[in-house]
Design a protein around this ligand. Structure first.
Ligand SMILES: C=CC1=C(C)c2cc3[nH]c(cc4nc(cc5[nH]c(cc1n2)c(C)c5CCC(=O)O)C(CCC(=O)O)=C4C)c(C)c3C=C
Ligand SMILES: [Fe+2]
Ligand SMILES: [Fe+2]
Length: 351
């Protein structure tokens, strides 16, 4: 077995001793996760892992688990499975979130490889489903990563997203006798390169729109209002993102609004709700809108299905005429440049 002092000089490893690798730095992009397939059991397995996470639903498990397992998971996988089937990447037989996260990782690896050579290993993992956080961290360690930059891909910090991604990474390290050193990347909604990429994506969508949008709806995934009262800064980070985006784009106050989507369960969530707000705008006479979703770094069921189908439908049914969806930053070059700049900042002292 390896003794710590042996790493100081790998060449002194005694004969017959397992080969020791080391000295590398790992960069891990962490996203939420997505079902492996769209059938009832695959979606149920994914939703059960997701909704059993106490960072996401923090009710007492004694009350929540019977309700989740017996009531919610007997019905919701059918509706969610249908939504996933509508957006599925049939060519690769996988969810778009997985395809896009892989593409982001490959492009980031190319860029970081160009800058720093092959002592950096770049990989991605998911909080729920595959590839699991534990399997990826173990693989990187086996590849010689003694230090890891762990990067939850959420521009705004949220306890149901950023915190649980980090929790899962540290849970995986709990099982190791010899942990790598790990740095977690903070919220980056105010990083200049991220804001530049986000505003460029909106400018491009406005230039391509058949009628110039009168209002830009910045629609974020919602959270229970109680989370804000309990100290989660997510709502404030979302409001700040919109304000910074407004400044970048030079929009008047009535030409941009913050809304929240994807409400789940009976509790009060932060608002206004996107689906209701777009219908209200149409009833007030607004005919052309654009929707951008800055809480998602990759297009997923919440954007491709909920925004593109449900929210678009609500606006058009209420009298709206043109609905422009601004895609997530996905694997755009300026997004990869922003992610590279953030990773470089977090690598300080490790280079
Ligand atoms: C109590 C429920 C939920 C909270 C709180 C929540 C917060 C939250 N989620 C994201 C990002 C994503 N959520 C996605 C899907 C999704 N979210 C919930 C529930 C809560 N999310 C459910 C049940 C689902 C599954 C889909 C469905 O059945 O409706 C996704 C997409 C995953 C995909 O596979 O495409 C993302 C991304 C954020 C940013 C957030 C708050 C901080
Ligand atoms: Fe969610
Ligand atoms: Fe949704």
């Amino acid at each position: 077995m390896a003794h710590p002092e042996e790493t100081a000089s790998l060449s002194r490893t005694p004969e017959g001793h397992p080969e020791l690798k080391g000295g590398k730095v790992g960069v891990v992009l962490a996203n939420l996760g997505t079902p492996d397939a769209t059938d009832y059991w695959s979606v149920r397995r994914y939703l059960s892992e997701f909704l059993s996470d106490r960072r996401v639903v923090d009710y007492s498990p004694w009350l929540w688990q019977p309700l989740l397992q017996l009531v919610i998971l007997s019905r919701r996988p059918f509706a969610s499975g249908k939504a996933y089937r509508g957006i599925w990447n049939r060519e690769r037989d996988e969810s778009p979130l997985l395809t896009i996260t892989r593409e982001q990782t490959d492009k980031l690896a190319t860029e970081l490889g160009r800058l720093y050579g092959d002592w950096l290993e770049v990989a991605f993992c998911m909080r729920y489903g595959n590839p699991s956080t534990e399997s990826v961290l173990k693989r990187l360690q086996a590849q010689g990563c003694e230090r890891i930059v762990f990067f939850p891909l959420y521009p705004q910090y949220g306890s149901p997203t950023t915190a649980t991604a980090n929790d899962q990474a540290f849970r995986a390290l709990m099982k190791l006798k010899w942990q790598p050193a790990i740095r977690t990347v903070p919220a980056y909604f105010d990083h200049p390169a991220y804001l530049e990429a986000l505003s460029a994506s909106v400018r491009e969508a406005y230039a391509a729109a058949t009628s110039r949008p009168e209002v830009l709806v910045a629609s974020y995934h919602g959270v229970p209002k109680r989370f804000l009262d309990e100290g989660d800064p997510y709502y404030c980070h979302c409001r700040k993102t919109t304000r910074l985006l407004q400044e970048q784009l030079g929009l008047d106050d009535d030409a941009i609004v913050t809304t929240f989507q994807s409400k789940f369960g009976p509790e009060e969530w932060v608002g206004p709700a996107t689906v209701e707000h777009v219908a209200k705008l149409a009833r007030q006479g607004v005919r052309h809108i654009a929707v951008v979703s800055p809480a998602f770094s990759a297009d997923c069921v919440e954007t491709l299905e909920e925004i593109e189908e449900e929210i678009r439908g609500a606006f058009l049914d209420a009298g709206g005429e043109t609905f422009t969806y601004v895609p997530c930053l996905n694997a755009r070059d300026d997004h990869i440049q922003a992610l590279t700049a953030i990773v470089e900042r977090e690598l300080a002292g490790w280079l």
